[in-house]
Design a protein around this ligand. Structure first.
Ligand code: AMP
Length: 395
């Protein structure tokens, strides 16, 4: 099937897009409309080696997509000539309803809307993007690809919180997991790189970006993951706490009089590396730590400590480990974090070769030494190509 897929990722104030060729994985255009709804929005469109940048007032997702379609017409590639087979939409929360991609119709839209209380920051924005795209590109199928779908069949022991059963059932409270397209892509790519059968591998994938999550994958199926009801649980992230005693929330509500919105902002936007060090960008944290900044050093210690705990726990859950894969912004670029996570884990068969670890590259690479029991890999993630493949899988 030759043609392209337009992949859309609508955030609350942004619209990211890529036009990809699902057959060879090439990108014909990559772009971003940022600060939708603010006084001045930035629009960046990369195509054919040229970046086009615009500043304009973009009041809504509808205006954003109109602008994008206009840019495709103006600087190319023209969508009318690109044989667009489908539009693939990233949707964060698919709840218990979606175990895979879904061809979007009114019922699917209604379900995504019904799931919005479980992902109030994400699903409404995803929905807005879908509605606008269906209106402006009515002649192609639209497919929703869910961040949670890969984890839909997580074993009950991993998905269930030890919470009153009735309350949990009534409110849909369980561990859903997120970043599913990335964990799926990375685990499959790792197996292909090693020339091994996915079915034979016990893998831990560490997706370390601004958001961060770990997964334990046995034979290609996830058996545990660190994000839970929402993307707040688990690892230390750019601005999110990850695991924290829930009583902290009760304590702050009672003793500091904090309300729900304030607590939400504290845990999701003012914590993690930003809360600990003042910066959510790991490069800045390293720079400060190298200058002797105590808060930055402690921040890195906390970040790495949490990762080690998850690697140990997931090795136990898997009953051993064959592959440890690092991905996303920090995982792909931060040799120091990778080295520190692996340090002292020889007991689990995990070793990192210092020279291989600092080599840079855009391709999958092995950073463990020859003969190590665990293959430690760096696997650049590609959520867009996964969304494109999932989208055309339904056509
Ligand atoms: P992502 O969410 O996958 O786009 O990752 C974004 C994050 O990756 C940034 O906030 C940085 O913390 C981190 N990052 C990007 N480049 C580097 C680098 N060269 N070294 C360390 N961290 C990096």
């Amino acid at each position: 099937m030759s043609g392209t897929v337009l992949v859309l990722n609508s955030g609350s104030s942004s619209l990211k897009y890529q036009l990809v060729d699902p057959e060879d994985g090439s990108r014909l255009a990559v772009g971003l409309v940022d600060r939708i709804g603010e006084a001045s929005s930035t629009i960046e469109h990369d195509a054919d080696g040229t970046t086009t940048e615009r500043h304009a007032t973009v009041r809504s997702h509808q205006e954003a997509l109109r602008t994008v379609i206009g840019l495709f017409d103006e600087v190319g590639p023209r969508l009318a000539d690109a044989h667009v087979l489908a539009v693939g939409h990233r949707v964060v929360m698919g709840g218990q309803e979606f175990a895979g991609p879904a061809l979007i119709d009114d019922d699917v839209l209604a379900t995504i809307e019904r799931l919005a209380p479980l992902a109030p920051l994400h699903n409404p924005a995803n929905l807005a993007g879908i509605e606008v795209a269906r209106e402006l590109l009515p002649d192609v199928p639209h497919v929703a690809v869910f961040d949670t779908a890969f984890f839909h069949d997580l074993p009950a022991a991993a998905a269930t919180y030890a919470l009153d059963r009735e309350v949990a059932q009534q409110h849909g409270i369980r561990r859903y997991g997120f970043h599913g397209t990335s964990h799926q892509y990375v685990s499959r790519t790792a197996a292909a790189f090693l020339g091994r059968d996915l079915a034979d591998l016990r893998q831990i994938v560490l997706h370390l970006g601004n958001g961060a999550s770990a997964s334990a994958i046995a034979g290609g199926r996830p058996v545990d993951t660190s994000m839970g009801l929402t993307p707040l649980e688990g690892l230390v992230m750019g601005t999110r706490t990850g695991d924290i005693d829930p009583a902290v929330v009760l304590h702050l509500a009672r003793s500091a009089g904090m309300g729900i919105d304030e607590l939400d902002a504290l845990l999701n936007r003012r914590s993690g590396m930003r809360g600990l060090t003042g910066h959510n960008d790991m490069r800045e944290v390293h720079r400060l730590a190298a200058e002797g900044d105590e808060a930055a050093r402690l921040g890195l210690d906390v970040y790495v400590h949490r990762l080690k705990k998850y690697v140990g726990a997931y090795t136990a859950v898997l009953g051993g480990l064959d592959v440890l894969a690092f991905t996303a912004g920090v995982g792909e670029n931060d040799a120091e974090v990778r080295a520190r996570v692996a340090a002292g884990l020889d007991v689990l068969g995990i070793r990192v070769d210092p020279e291989r670890n600092v080599e840079r590259g855009d391709d999958v690479r092995r950073i463990s030494p020859e003969g190590a029991a665990v293959d430690v890999l760096v696997v650049p993630t590609d959520e867009e190509i996964t969304i494109a493949h999932e989208a055309i899988s339904l056509l």
